[in-house]
Design a protein around this ligand. Structure first.
Ligand SMILES: CC[C@H](C(=O)O)C(=O)SCCNC(=O)CCNC(=O)[C@H](O)C(C)(C)COP(=O)(O)OP(=O)(O)OC[C@H]1O[C@@H](n2cnc3c(N)ncnc32)[C@H](O)[C@@H]1OP(=O)(O)O
Length: 254
């Protein structure tokens, strides 16, 4: 079964992480799928990109712990973290509107993926959290630096420094979610982007350029690279490896 599905919809591309059995955890296949989405999205036929997860339970549970647990040293983890942070920077600065539909829980890198999109709508009742801190690491794909750009500093630091799971109403209140939906996900998606799809793609990309220019002037990409380097240093700590091992043992993955 493919780790992801890319569907051509009228005016936009829909990317679905298709790994429901592991709560849509991101492995190298999914990373390659997002790169393929970003390449396909250049076509003028598409005015927007939408990202979601398969099933009702999870949007994305972050990095695939079974796959990435093999990465022990700072350098080994840096290669993976740097690869995904570059992909998320491409997504963040994409010259078209991008929407994450949180169809269920989003944790760790799943929240980083959602943060890299311009907009986030979430199913009522979901829980999400930047739980990296509970694994003795920080965000490592750029999500911390991006969150600090998109939410107020206090709200962003609260989500990052508590490493807690928050419910959909709380996430709406702090501005991580832009809207909540009940029921049909496709309808919620259509309702959210239909007005944007009526505009010329040149107008949409001109507005996106305004914010990308601000991020370029404030060295966001360099700040993301520092985040990645810091996470790689923490990654090799005994504390991090023990936390991941206990998760995998609890789920009989070791
Ligand atoms: C910089 C980013 C960073 C990185 O890795 O590089 C991160 O993303 S760090 C954070 C990594 N992610 C996690 O620690 C999340 C771990 N998962 C969970 O906390 C829960 O699974 C949750 C809250 C997402 C969903 O809980 P729920 O009770 O609904 O499901 P289960 O825990 O029973 O999980 C079902 C099934 O999926 C497997 N699973 C879930 N998440 C992952 C994952 N991230 N990697 C690998 N496998 C995952 C879990 O082992 C269960 O497998 P099963 O064979 O059914 O026992």
């Amino acid at each position: 079964m493919n780790s992801y599905i890319i569907e051509e919809k009228t005016g936009y591309l829909l990317f679905t992480i298709n790994r429901e059995d592991v709560r849509n955890a991101i492995n190298y296949d999914v990373m390659e799928g997002i790169e393929k989405l970003l390449d396909m999205g250049k076509d003028k036929a598409y005015k927007a990109l939408v990202i979601t997860g398969a099933g009702e339970s999870a949007f994305c549970s972050g990095g695939d712990l079974s796959a990435f647990h093999q990465l022990k040293t700072e350098n080994e983890s840096y290669q993976m973290l740097s690869k995904m942070s570059s992909i998320l920077y491409r997504l963040l600065t994409y010259p078209k509107p991008t929407l994450a539909i949180l169809n269920g829980s989003a944790v760790g890198g799943g929240c980083e993926l959602a943060s890299a999109c311009d907009f986030r709508i979430g199913r009522k009742g979901l829980k999400a959290g930047f739980i990296q801190g509970k694994l003795a690491i920080t965000t490592g794909w750029g999500g911390g630096s991006i969150l600090l750009e998109k939410l107020g500093i206090t709200n962003a630091l609260k989500l990052l420094m508590t490493a807690d799971l928050y419910d959909s109403e709380q996430l709406l209140a702090v501005g991580f979610l832009n809207e909540l939906y009940d029921g049909d996900q496709q309808q919620a998606c259509q309702l959210y982007i239909e007005k944007m799809l009526k505009l010329e793609t040149e107008v949409l990309s001109a507005y996106k350029k305004m914010v990308v220019r601000k991020w370029e002037e404030t060295n966001l990409q360099k700040r993301i690279q520092e985040e990645v380097s810091n996470c790689a240093k923490l990654w090799q700590s005994e504390a991090h490896h023990q936390k991941v091992t206990s998760f995998l043992l609890k789920n009989k993955k070791m």
